[in-house]
Structure formats: C-alpha cells, structure tokens
Design a protein around this ligand. Structure first.
Ligand SMILES: C[S@@+](CC[C@H](N)C(=O)[O-])C[C@H]1O[C@@H](n2cnc3c(N)ncnc32)[C@H](O)[C@@H]1O
Length: 405
C-alpha cells in the first residue's frame, strides 16, 4: 500500500479532534469524508479505517511510540508511523517519519503484547472490571473480539421487501450479501460498502443494525394488533423492527428522555413506511403513569456502558468513566422499577443492554425480581450474547412475564 499525503493529513487532523478536543470519532470521520469530493471509495475507506484503527489502539500505539497525552502533531505522526509499521506498510521519506525506529517498534509491540491491558489497548479500570465480572478466560477472549472490526449487517424491512429481493437489488449494485442462520431478517455484507447512498436505503428497504441487536425485538414476542411500549427508544432501531414484526398493526409507543432522538426516529419511520407509532418524551412521571397496566409488551432497551459494542465505538474505551457505569447501574434499576409498571397483567417485559457486564444485566434483573415491584413478574428466559461466541455485538436480553392477577 502506498501512503497519500492528503489522506494521511486528514487522519492526523481527525485524531487531533478526537483525542485532544474530545469529539466523537464517528462525527469527526463523517466530517473528514466530506473534505475532498475527488476521493474515491478506497480513499474514503483509508481515512475512516485508519482513524478508527489508531483510536482503537491508542494506548498500545502511544506506549510503543513513547508519547503521552495531550498529543501534539508530532506525537500523532509517531503513532501513525507505529500503525503503518505494524501493518507492514513502507513509510515514505516524509519529514514526519524521519528516524522512525522500525525494529524497535516491532520489539516493543512483542513485549507489550504480553500484557492484556496493553495488547488490547484498554484503560486499567476497564481491564479490572472485565476481569472481575467475566473471569480471566472469558474476558481475555471477549476483549480481543471487541477490538476486531465489526461486519456491516442489514435488517431487511419486511414492510417493504423480502431478504431475497433485497439481496438481488444489492447484488446488481455490486454489493454482495449473505444470510445469517438464526437471524431471520439479517443480511451480512461480504465486503464493506457505503450502503447509505443506495436507492434501496433511501426507499426504506433496510436499516443498518447489528445481528445481536436484531434479536431483541424477536425476544419481545410481539403480535400484530398489540400495544407495545419501547421505553428507551432513542432513534428507534428497535422500534422500527417491532413495528415491522407487527405488520404496522396495533400501536408502538416510542419513548425517550431526549426529544431530539425521537425526532430522528420520526424521519426513519417515514422512510421505513412505519405508521403504527406514537412518540412520547419522558419529561415527567406523567407519560409513564398514564400507561400503567396498559401495555401488552414493554421493551426497556436500557442505557448502559456499551461494553458490548466497542467494535463499533472504539473511542468509548477512552470516553467511558467508571463513575458513569456506577451511575448508569442506578438508572437501569430505576427504569426497571418504574417502566415495568406499564405492563398489563399477563403481559411481557424485555430488559436489554448492549453491555457484557453481569452487573448491568442478569444482576439487575435479579435485583428487580426480588424487589417489591418485581414480585408480580416471573423470569421466562434470558440470552447473554458475547461477541467472541456469536461473532456479533455483545448484548443481553431477559424476558419476564407479569402474572395475570
Ligand atoms: C441503548 S440506547 C437505545 C437504543 C435504541 N433503543 C435503538 O434500538 O436504537 C438507550 C436510550 O435510553 C435513553 N434513556 C436514558 N435514560 C433514560 C430514561 N431514564 N428513560 C428513558 N430513556 C432513557 C437514551 O437517551 C438512549 O436513547
């Protein structure tokens, strides 16, 4: 591979914004990709993937390059040189790479790779929490997988098309996909491609949604005609799936504390041809109380650490703080306690997270079930999805049923 100066500059600019200004990697990359209209798909892929790679391996590369935060541009070029060297890319004779100690880089890499927190490039506290909660063997495999690049998975919108038809449409655009056994609405891209520019996307034939995330709506066991409340709907990834499973019949009430997210949901619902939904901002306890005992199904896709989806959000490793996880565990129990009240007798509740930590998952469900408001519920089943076992995002989902009295 030959390095192109303007693309490498874009990467360094992006890293400055992500590491030093605290900007979100996905937003920064979106902006970077708009920089030069002449860039082809390979150029764009280089900028996006290299930036993500260096974000993902920040701690390891900084250790190897012997640089410390806040990084100046020279530091970032040194980290870039580490990335290129470890990838086996020949460094051009630019001034930024003068005196790069290629052999030393490889030696430091081998040495640091003996220690998990350096090898997997994670803060000490994440390594400690993962070890405590999952145990040595599982954590070692899981965090390694969380550092792999995630596949692009589509969820076919069955309100508008079928998996087979969409596969053919994409094939004609040179986008090859395959079915995934056990995931009825999923298509996996065999090679990364920008699917958002296709007409098929604009017409709402699919959404990009990881395979594990697609399991949640199925778990909720919805039927056409039901009243379903999606309590932490965000921009509606799962709301849209639920609506499709309900064949647009019945009602899905999508709630969130942020109106801005629900506005995005509205746009996506229009594209998806979803009509059976209502949006409610949770700005007091009122919208919840109004629905007490009314819903056939309630989904709590709870806010969480996101420690199951680091493949997609590698900068979360650096943004996340232990205090945030402590806080979010409290919120998780609160939403379980409060939102479960919306389930009607005989109805069902799913609690889900995109975390792999038992303290955010089964422990929360156990705590709820042994509390006063949990007494009316029985545990039906749960699913602990680890990325290294499934090949997809880390997720948790539990199905509970409310007694008929
Ligand atoms: C895991 S995300 C939801 C993702 C979304 N369900 C999807 O499938 O795209 C969790 C959501 O919970 C929302 N949230 C945080 N605290 C909340 C609360 N107390 N009540 C309701 N929603 C909350 C966040 O704004 C965020 O959108």
């Amino acid at each position: 591979m030959r390095l192109h100066r303007n693309l490498c500059f874009a990467v360094i600019d992006g890293l400055t914004l992500i590491f030093n200004e605290g900007n979100y990697a996905d937003k920064v990359i979106q902006q970077l990709l708009k920089r030069d209209k002449r860039w082809g798909s390979r150029d764009r892929a280089f900028v996006a993937e290299t930036t993500y790679d260096i974000v993902r391996w920040k701690r390891l590369y900084a250790e190897i390059a012997e640089v410390k935060e806040p990084f100046d541009r020279d530091n970032l070029w040194r980290m870039f040189a580490v990335w290129a060297t470890l990838k086996g890319i020949k460094l051009p004779d630019w001034k930024y790479f003068e005196g790069t100690p290629t052999r030393k880089i490889k030696g430091r890499f081998d040495e640091l790779s003996k220690t998990r927190k350096f090898r997997e490039s994670i803060p000490d506290w994440i390594d400690i929490i993962g070890l405590e909660e999952l145990g040595e063997a599982t954590w070692t495999k899981e965090i390694a997988m969380q550092n792999e690049q995630a596949d692009v998975i589509l969820r076919v919108n069955t309100l508008k098309t079928t998996k087979e038809k969409l596969q053919n449409i994409l094939f004609d655009l040179n986008i090859e996909t395959e079915f995934i056994k056990g995931y009825p609405s999923a298509l996996k891209l065999t090679e990364r491609a920008n699917v958002f520019v296709t007409d098929a996307f604009k017409q709402g034939f699919f959404e990009v949604q990881d395979a594990s995330s697609q399991l949640v709506a199925d778990f909720l066991d919805v039927k056409p005609g039901m009243k379903v409340v999606d309590t932490c709907a965000g921009a509606g990834g799962k709301t849209l799936h639920i609506a499709a499973l309900m064949q647009n019949k019945g009602q899905v009430i999508a709630m969130d504390i942020y109106e801005s997210k629900l506005k995005k949901l509205k746009i996506r619902a229009k594209r998806n041809g979803v009509h059976n939904f209502d949006l409610r901002v949770i700005d007091s306890t009122k919208p919840i109380k109004k629905l007490h005992g009314k819903a056939d199904r309630v989904l709590i896709d709870a806010p969480c650490s996101g420690l199951g989806v680091l493949r997609r959000n590698p900068d979360a490793k650096w943004k996340l703080q232990p205090e945030f996880i402590d806080k979010i565990r409290v919120t998780q129990q609160e939403v379980l306690q409060q939102y479960s009240k919306m389930v009607k007798p005989g109805g069902k509740l799913v609690y889900a997270t995109c975390s792999v930590l038992p303290s955010e998952n089964q422990n929360q469900v156990h705590k709820f079930l042994t509390s006063e408001s949990g007494k009316e519920f029985t545990f039906v089943k749960d699913k602990k999805v680890l990325a290294h076992e499934s090949g997809f995002d880390g997720f948790y989902m539990a199905l509970l049923e409310k007694s008929t009295k």
